[in-house]
Design a protein around this ligand. Structure first.
Ligand code: ASP
Length: 645
């Protein structure tokens, strides 16, 4: 493995002014900051006992006396050693002459991954021995002195990136895993993006970086909160799911523009790509509307976007929640590819196909379809079978595959009942080609759309595993989803309402009257930001009227308003109109770096089950140490056996 000159690229990229893609939106302030941010590369060697980093040496350093510190990456025949630091690799020539026997002994005996310091001269490699794949490949170090700073014991795995290791092992020895090129790149890119975000928010737009408490109290509906015992009997803190209340209170306090790189906590159990503690770029502003927040975030992402990626184009497109559901079957559509859901109810008004007839005879019955491009070529019979099984098992829905090429109806006998005129109308409506396959379903609008939305993504993955290029891996497709409903039926009791976002979200100005008549129909001023099919942010304009907030909490959501009396009181003391948003930093960086998991962009993440595999947290506490908290563990009977082990 060779380090590319990624680090200099990263720093260069991020300190260069952003490429302009649209009208400049920041005026003279922006220009001033960009000028001042045309910094040179950071000084990596200041304050350290080295003169250079391993990765920075080039032919321009020839003849220089250097001191380097690093880890031994590997050794070749006791003649060469490759030294590594965060910046890259450099070849060190092990001296062979008698007078340097002690240097040779140190460099030949130190195990791989030991830390050494070497001093010597930068020389060119002999002709023909240059390594063009290595940024430092034209030079090597002729060593004069060497010092073993710390020896390395036998490692649980090799550091080299191409050595595949299980994630559990990586997490157990995270400090070793962090030495890998990929983890170094991810964490440095994350740090750079956050730095640019701070610059944009604080220096360009006057935001104030404010820390809010993590020891807080339970909030209504806060079932996902972690509890922290206190020394007062029966009293607990809660770790906040987000700084939502504090950021609103900061607006009441006249701070006007708040932001924080905020740690949030949600006890959601095992979810593949979630973390019990995660980071948000949390933002709140006074005297702003929805479009104001949207433009702020577009500018923020454009400004902080790494320059080695295609530039972010603003403004981002917007769809309403209703359109997103109808077209993509989800509120977080992946808009990098088509295969949109099309309503084809009218084509089948006179159908003889039983399940279509059935669906259309019902009041809200529809027929919907998606078109799988070149499906006849890429999908196998067993794929169609598993698609149909999935629809039946998970949605209790039928799927009818229609092969437009008449010779390919092998898997859907009912398709013979499709009349020629219907086939032609289908081709027209769905803009299909010869080798395409149409997947058709019928039923109630939301259910049919959700199913087709899932199949759309499944089929996209399938087509890609079979070699079709459907989604450009370099494409970042941002999308705003707006006009969400204010309330949704509660999962456990659909007759009751819960907030679609959170209870502080303001209703859509044209729907306020519905709160008193048909609250279910009221839309909200809630907006989500979606990137390549992932929700990376969400926020809302807030309710700043205490009366309305009290009505929504108490009457519509049936919450105990006493728990929020501080907030309600604050709204009564001249709260300004305000709104905000939070970006999920981990997910954003995960998408930017193309990492398979958010754990790959967090230095010390928890496992899938919420454990720290390195330190074994959460851990048990002896009963006497629980006493000051007035807590006793009540062990579930079946874990007694486990404890005995
Ligand atoms: N606090 C909200 C969340 O974490 C974001 C917001 O409304 O600003 O989803």
């Amino acid at each position: 493995m060779y380090f590319p000159s990624w680090l200099s690229q990263l720093y260069k990229g991020l300190s260069r002014p952003i490429r302009r893609t649209t009208q400049p939106i920041w005026g003279s302030l922006y220009r001033r900051l960009v000028q001042s941010s045309q910094r040179r590369n950071p000084e990596f060697n200041s304050f350290a006992v080295r003169t250079n980093t391993c990765g920075e040496l080039r032919s321009s350093h020839l003849g220089q006396e250097v001191t380097l510190c690093g880890w031994i990456q590997y050794r070749r025949q006791n003649t060469f050693l490759v030294l590594r630091d965060f910046h890259g690799l450099v070849q060190v020539v092990i001296p062979q002459d008698e007078s340097a026997a002690s240097v040779k002994k140190i460099l030949c005996e130190a195990p791989v991954e030991s830390v050494v310091r070497v001093s010597g001269t930068v020389i060119s490699r002999p002709a023909g021995q240059e390594n063009p794949k290595m940024p430092t490949g034209e030079i090597e170090i002729k060593v004069k002195t060497a010092e073993l700073l710390n020896a390395c014991k036998k490692l649980p795995f090799e550091i080299k990136d191409f050595m595949k290791k299980t994630e559990a092992l990586r997490l157990q020895y995270r400090y070793l895993d962090l030495r890998s090129f990929q983890m170094q790149y991810n964490l440095r890119l994350r740090s750079q993006m956050v730095m640019k975000m701070r610059e944009y928010l604080c220096n360009l737009h006057g935001f104030v970086d404010i820390e809010t408490p993590t020891l807080f109290k339970r909030t209504p509906g806060g079932a996902k909160e972690f509890l922290v015992p206190s020394r007062e009997p029966g009293k607990f803190y809660s770790l906040p799911q987000s700084p939502q209340q504090f950021k609103q209170l900061l607006m009441v306090g006249g701070l006007d523009r708040y932001f924080q790189v905020a740690r949030c906590y949600r006890d959601e159990g095992s979810r593949p790509d979630r973390q019990p503690e995660f980071t948000q770029i949390d933002i709140e502003m006074s005297f702003v509307d929805q479009t104001g927040i949207q433009s702020l975030i577009e500018g923020l992402l454009q400004y902080s976007w790494p320059n080695d990626k295609d530039p972010v184009v603003v403004p981002f497109p917007t769809v309403t929640f209703t359109e997103a559901l109808a077209t993509y079957g989800t509120d977080k559509p992946d808009t990098r590819f088509g295969m949109k859901i099309i309503d084809i109810s009218d084509v089948f008004r006179n159908t003889e196909i039983g399940f279509l007839q059935d669906a259309l005879s019902k009041p809200h019955g529809t027929v919907k379809a998606i078109c799988i491009p070149e499906g006849a070529k890429y999908l196998k019979r067993k794929d169609i079978e598993s698609i149909r099984k999935f629809a039946a098992d998970h949605f209790n829905q039928e799927i009818l595959p229609v092969f437009l090429n008449a010779n390919r109806n092998w898997n859907s006998p009912v398709a013979n009942f499709i009349m020629e005129s219907q086939r032609l109308e289908l081709i027209r409506l769905m803009d299909t080609q010869e080798e395409d396959v149409v997947l058709l379903t019928a039923g109630e609008h939301n259910k049919a759309c959700s199913l087709l939305g899932k199949l759309r993504l499944e089929c996209a993955d399938l087509l890609e595993t079979r070699g079709m290029v459907l989604r450009d891996p370099t494409l970042f497709s941002f999308l705003w989803v707006v006009d969400f409903p204010l309330f949704l039926p509660k999962e456990e009791n659909p007759r009751e309402l819960e907030s679609a976002h959170h209870p502080f979200t303001a209703p859509h100005p044209s729907d306020i009257h519905l709160l008193y008549t048909e609250p279910k129909k009221a839309r909200s001023q809630h907006y989500d930001l979606v990137l390549n099919g992932n929700e990376i942010g969400g926020g809302s304009i807030r309710i700043h009227n205490a009366e309305l907030q009290r009505y929504i909490l108490a009457t519509l959501l049936k919450e105990d308003v006493k728990m929020l009396s501080h907030l309600l009181q604050a709204l009564d003391y001249g709260a300004p109109p305000h709104g905000g948003i939070a970006l999920g930093l981990d997910r954003l960086i995960c998408l930017v770096t193309g990492s398979p998991s958010i754990r790959d962009v967090i230095a010390f993440p928890k496992s899938f089950r919420g454990h720290d595999l390195m330190s074994n947290a959460p851990d048990s506490i002896p009963p006497e140490e629980l006493k000051p908290y007035h807590i006793r563990v009540s062990w579930p009977t079946d874990s007694k056996a486990e404890r005995a082990h």
